[in-house]
Design a protein around this ligand. Structure first.
Ligand code: BG6
Length: 488
């Protein structure tokens, strides 16, 4: 495979929450992979910062263990792992006090890109930003990365934006939505704006509706306390699903540049109509079985028998502008569903007049953009069924599964986090959310959430391993449409 890896500039990257789950599962393994591929220079420095009292050697041991746990053995070449660990330092830090900040300052080198990754609870963001400023650790041009959740509603997101703005300019703030780092999400833009084929048809005149599904088989076990305060709407819809909706619905930006892209996404969010009560279904999963093992119900997982929080949501959304008037977007996401599948389905309209007999088997074209698993796209087209028997039609997929089309090159595509961290180091904000975008997303979801809270309605129940509550199927059926099967 021809390497197209372009090394980034030497950097100092501080991971606040360096011993936390996200650092162990995603950030550190991702950095190792980029290092192994030669994208991270040998002079880079990664500094774990956390509350635990330990030295660099002990931290490196933890990092080594995380690599072993979250990366396939074939990637763990001994000398590369050691070289990576040599790049790692540790600082015990008190995010809300005075301890550790001068140590951290001492580790910063001049002439290196500075990145501060806030992989901690959002309540700590402000205090960390303030101290980076107060102890004169962050230089001009330093970048901070803010993990989700970015606020819990419009008010908290606004407050967070204001706090960060006291110490950092918008061009220094990278709000992560890891869905934007997924290969296929970027491919959606490539397909829409790099071809002549789709864009002329990308409108209400030719598209019947769009479906966006992010289904998971996992439950919320282990994250119950956080999740029960969020629910699917805050955890998934306000960020990941809305970003997918924006990229699908936005107007072509004039350039593939941060503000050009983000301006267009923002216009979509601002064009979203308030969702009618009857156009939303909420659900909670019941106890069930996954792979032969009994699994608890949502209520048991969050240890709150009275919880009214949703682990599933399906909704019909309208983008009120010329392009999309009359073409609904159906969104659904849930835990403990039948399969793990994220995809965008663009269903085209039937031809305006059929010249074939009604029972010949003609059906509408569908473009299916799969984010995971089996990243790729297929477009169903109607053809004549081969052979004798008259004019019988069938639908066949024009399939572009990346793994098949690109072979070996597709098997090692960077994980979303790897790509996004490299973008931060390169100083490219295109795939990060701007402050006004996050606020606009909350401004749209807030009234929906508050009306649920005011009504104290219990979400519908659904079976583990299902496609969600019956009501979600009805949401489509009553419009004469159906969800695409949940199969990878
Ligand atoms: C996170 C949510 O942002 O995304 C999780 O907090 C969810 O609840 C996860 O499981 C899904 O990400 P992915 O990349 O596995 O689809």
């Amino acid at each position: 495979m021809v390497s197209r890896v372009i090394p980034v500039d030497p950097f100092d990257l501080v991971v606040f929450g360096g011993t936390g789950d996200l650092a162990r599962r995603k950030i550190l393994p991702g950095l190792y992979r980029r290092f192994r591929d030669g994208q991270i220079p040998e002079t880079a420095q990664i500094i774990g910062a956390a509350r635990s009292d330990m030295d660099a050697a002990a931290y490196r041991k933890q990092v080594a263990a995380a690599l072993g746990e979250f990366l396939p053995a074939r990637l763990l070449d001994k000398t590369r792992v050691q070289a990576f660990l040599d790049r790692i330092a540790y600082v015990k830090i008190d995010a809300t006090g005075t301890g550790g900040w001068t140590d951290l300052k001492g580790k910063m080198r001049t002439g290196h890109v500075q990145v501060f990754y806030f992989s901690v609870a959002p309540g700590l963001f402000g205090g960390i930003a303030e101290r980076l400023h107060k102890y004169k650790i962050a230089r001009e041009g330093a970048r901070i990365v803010a993990e989700k959740p970015f606020g819990n509603d419009l008010e908290t997101a606004r407050a967070l934006n204001e706090t960060l703005a006291r110490y950092f300019g918008e061009h220094q703030i990278y709000r992560i939505d890891h869905y934007l780092g997924k290969e296929t999400v970027q491919n959606l833009m490539a397909v829409r704006f790099g071809n002549m084929l789709f864009e002329p048809l990308w409108k209400n005149q030719y598209i019947d509706h769009v479906q966006i599904t992010v289904a998971e088989t996992v439950g919320v076990g282990g994250r119950g306390t956080y999740y029960d305060k969020s629910g699917a709407m805050r955890d998934m819809v306000q960020n990941h699903l809305m970003q997918l909706l924006c990229l699908t619905a936005m107007e072509p930006p004039s350039r593939f540049e941060p503000d050009a892209v983000r301006d267009e996404k923002l216009k979509v969010i601002r064009a979203l109509e308030p969702v009618r009560e009857g156009d939303i279904v909420r659900g909670q999963y019941l106890a069930g079985e996954v792979g032969g093992e009994a699994t608890p119900s949502y209520l048991a997982d969050v240890e709150n028998a009275a919880s009214l929080t949703e682990s599933f949501v399906a909704m019909k959304v309208h983008v009120a502008n010329w392009r999309w008037n009359g073409t609904p977007f159906y969104l659904r996401t849930g835990k403990r569903m039948k399969s793990r599948l994220s995809e965008i389905v663009v269903r085209f309209k039937e031809p305006p007049h059929s010249i074939f007999d009604e029972d010949t088997g003609q059906s509408a074209n569908e473009l299916r953009i799969r984010l995971q698993p089996n990243e790729g796209m297929d477009l169903s087209v109607t053809i004549k069924e081969p052979g004798p028997g008259g004019m019988r039609l069938m639908n066949v997929p024009l399939d572009m599964t990346f793994a098949e089309a690109l072979g070996e090159e597709a098997t090692d595509v960077p994980d979303a986090y790897e790509r996004l961290i490299m973008d931060v180091i390169r100083g490219n904000q295109t795939l990060f959310m701007r402050g006004d975008e996050v606020e606009a997303a909350w401004a749209w979801t807030d009234p929906i959430i508050s009306s649920w809270e005011a009504r104290e309605a219990r979400p519908a129940e659904y079976e583990t391993g299902s496609t969600g509550p019956e009501e979600a199927l009805i949401l489509m059926h009553r419009d004469g449409r159906r969800w695409r099967e949940l199969e990878a």
